[in-house]
Design a protein around this ligand. Structure first.
Ligand code: SF4
Length: 215
């Protein structure tokens, strides 16, 4: 009888003994701890300053991120860049990553449509995020959207109710959640988009204050 291939349910065994961002990125490139590696083009690991004061966590890479291998470079990433600038946060003091490092998508005609990662995929990928947090040791963690907020702050966390509030956590001295920038892009009209962008910038100003308080 052919040997049964062991199925990894967590990326934990792949974390290097003395992780650095470089060694983590290299190890994550070969991760097959959940089935998402079959669908995505490549692992999209986090990126940014090694000792970033603020670490931003989204849900998963999107179409452009999947193709380039870099996080937050698509339309939502460009919106995040604009909002960070408006809020007075230097990109050089940040690190951006995702709860899940492969793009999960469903075909719709010729397009690849975002599909939400499930609890098992999030759990399988979590060791990469924990390792990034352990290496970067940010003063402020910012969850972008419900998937990141609920993965890190608990299933009962509601971004709509608690966005912009600063919490103490074992993740970092200060943790906040706000919307994912892609939700602003999906606003039904220009006026809603303008209002939501302003609210997002207001939340990021609180991040800027938390970063300043941590200096
Ligand atoms: S999504 Fe995460 S756990 Fe799953 S294969 Fe990709 S890197 Fe590994």
């Amino acid at each position: 009888m052919a040997p049964v291939k062991a199925v990894l349910e967590s990326a934990a065994p792949l974390i290097p003994a003395r992780p650095t961002l470089v060694s983590l990125r290299a190890a994550a490139a070969d991760c097959k701890a959940c089935d998402l590696w079959k669908r995505g083009t490549q692992t999209v690991f986090g990126e940014g300053a090694r000792r970033a004061a603020a670490l931003f966590i989204g849900e998963q890479p999107g179409n452009e991120e999947d193709l380039t291998g870099r996080p937050f470079v698509g339309p939502a990433g460009r919106l995040l860049d604009r909002a960070l600038e408006e809020a007075g946060i230097e990109r050089s003091r940040t690190y951006v990553t995702n709860v899940v490092k492969h793009f999960k998508w469903e075909p719709r005609g010729k397009r690849r449509i975002h599909a939400k990662p499930d609890a098992l995929e999030i759990m399988a990928c979590r060791p990469w995020l924990e390792a990034e947090l352990a290496v970067v040791r940010p003063q402020v963690v910012v969850c972008l959207g419900a998937t990141a907020a609920q993965a890190l702050l608990g299933k009962k966390f509601r971004v709509t109710q608690d966005r912009g509030k600063v919490f103490a956590s074992e993740l970092a001295p200060r943790v906040l959640a706000t919307v994912h920038p892609s939700s602003i892009l999906r606003a039904p009209d220009d006026e809603t988009r303008r209002v939501e962008m302003q609210r997002f910038i207001d939340d990021l100003r609180k991040v800027a204050q938390a970063m300043a308080a941590a200096r």
